[in-house]
Design a protein around this ligand. Structure first.
Ligand code: IMP
Length: 424
């Protein structure tokens, strides 16, 4: 009854649209890790909704949306998303829930994220500056503040003031102006009023849903290649992004997981620093970025783009136990004479698997490419696999054979109806 959507690359694979599509068949859509570093765009007709925190199923009136305990929450962002929907008349009173166990991203986390990045100078990691790393660091060093604590304002205020003043000392050591604790607290008091009605014990909610055999869709954020443990650290995000995080981040036992859909973008993109073996630094890369609108939903930053890296995707599928593949943005490759995909790595003339590479190896190695003939046809309206151009079919078939996992769905455009189902 539990199905999972995961990005198999460095994020921005187009998960939001797929979750939105699958949410129609789901009773619950749940986020279980990460924060508002995620950015998903969903559409209702021509109306575009950029989302960073609220699960992508929110446009489906029959789905309940849950921000489970593994997510870290910036109240300012959450409230702006709630208000964006309310101002469009989209109500979700009894179908949006936030775990009281979630940790809060507080103003000093964002200030620290920036201060650390600035201190790294040339070696900055390119974080989204949303306070993700510092917030998770506070969580594991017992300095975090949970949403739970918002229930008792005096207790919350005391903790916030203590933490804020401690963080001001750190900021001062970086030469950064201190935060105005009192003003931040006043703002938090306003935000608290708006979010309190949505706060609940989501563990109980989800256990009940499991016992009633409800369909639960787990919405992965970021992607497997940014996993805190399985990425070339420190070029990662602050949370585990693989399905193990479903157990810790939502309390759902792993035996309950039925299917794990791995989203594979037909080419690769990444934001921020870090190794990228198949990166295209030429005009072709610029063209793909423009055509694929590869600019961050969260930060607006231009994304780095490159060919599909099947060596990395194979690892991502393996470590996550992906049971089916969904290919996205294949339409962006239309019009290219030749398409390439990386099918392995070589270091000093010898093959090396992705999992054995740290960032030093990934920066030095040589990707081994396979070349495919492209296609010129516009495929956005194509509704069956057989109607895709032959060369496009060959590219998809190769991905399927290489990964040895069934391709279930192909997304051929940004709109909800632009997809073709290969297997039901
Ligand atoms: P952080 O998660 O903001 O700490 O950023 C750490 C790294 O993860 C940076 O390279 C970010 O660009 C990247 N990152 C974080 N969230 C996303 C996402 O949702 N999509 C793509 N990259 C992300």
């Amino acid at each position: 009854m539990v199905s999972v959507i995961l990005g198999t690359q460095w994020g921005d694979e187009g998960k939001g649209k797929i979750v939105d599509l699958l949410a129609e068949k789901s009773d619950f859509v749940v986020r279980f890790h990460g924060g508002n570093n995620a950015g998903h765009t969903i559409y209702s007709g021509n109306k575009k909704y950029p989302l960073h925190l609220i699960p992508s199923g929110i446009l489906n009136p029959n789905s309940k949306c849950v921000i489970a305990n593994g997510v870290i929450v910036d109240l300012e962002v959450l409230v702006s998303e709630i208000e964006m929907f309310f101002s469009d008349g989209i109500e979700f009173k009894n179908r949006f829930f936030i775990s009281d166990r979630c940790h809060l991203i507080l103003p000093y986390h964002k200030a620290l994220d920036l201060a650390y990045e600035n201190a790294r100078g040339e070696k900055k990691l390119g974080t989204t500056a949303r306070g993700i790393g510092p917030c998770y660091a506070d969580k594991v060093s017992y300095n975090g503040i949970r949403i739970y604590e918002l229930k008792d304002w005096d207790l919350f205020s005391e903790k916030f003031v203590f933490q804020s003043e401690m963080k001001n000392k750190i900021l001062d050591s970086f030469g950064v102006a201190p935060l105005n604790t009192e003003r931040e607290l006043e703002r938090l008091a306003e935000l608290r009023e708006i979010v309190l009605p949505f706060i609940t014990d989501t563990y109980q909610l989800l256990q009940k849903a499991l016992s009633e055999n409800k369909k639960i869709l787990m919405e992965g954020a970021q992607a497997v290649m940014l996993d805190l443990d399985f990425s070339p650290y420190p070029f990662c995000t602050g949370s585990n992004t693989i399905p193990g995080a479903i157990n810790t981040g939502a309390g759902i036992p792993i035996q309950k997981i039925g299917s794990i859909s791995g989203i594979v973008k037909a080419y690769t993109s990444r934001v921020g620093s870090g190794p990228f073996p198949t990166e295209l630094k030429d005009k072709l890369g610029d063209d793909l970025r423009e055509k694929g609108k590869e600019f961050g939903t969260t930060t607006g930053r231009p994304r780095r783009v490159g060919w599909l890296d099947l060596e990395a995707v194979k690892f991502a599928c393996e470590v996550s136990g992906v049971t089916e593949i969904i290919i996205t943005k294949i339409d962006i490759l239309s019009g290219l004479e030749k398409i390439k995909a990386c099918i392995g790595y070589e270091l000093d003339g010898k093959p090396i698997p992705y999992s054995s590479c740290g960032y030093l190896e990934l920066e030095k190695l040589t990707p081994v490419f396979k070349e495919f003939s492209g296609w010129t046809e516009d495929i956005m309206q194509v509704k069956s696999f057989a109607d895709l151009p032959k060369t496009c079919q060959e590219y998809v078939k190769f991905i399927e054979d290489f990964l040895d996992i069934t391709v279930k769905l192909i997304s051929t455009g940004p709109k909800r109806e632009e997809f073709l189902e290969i297997r039901n």
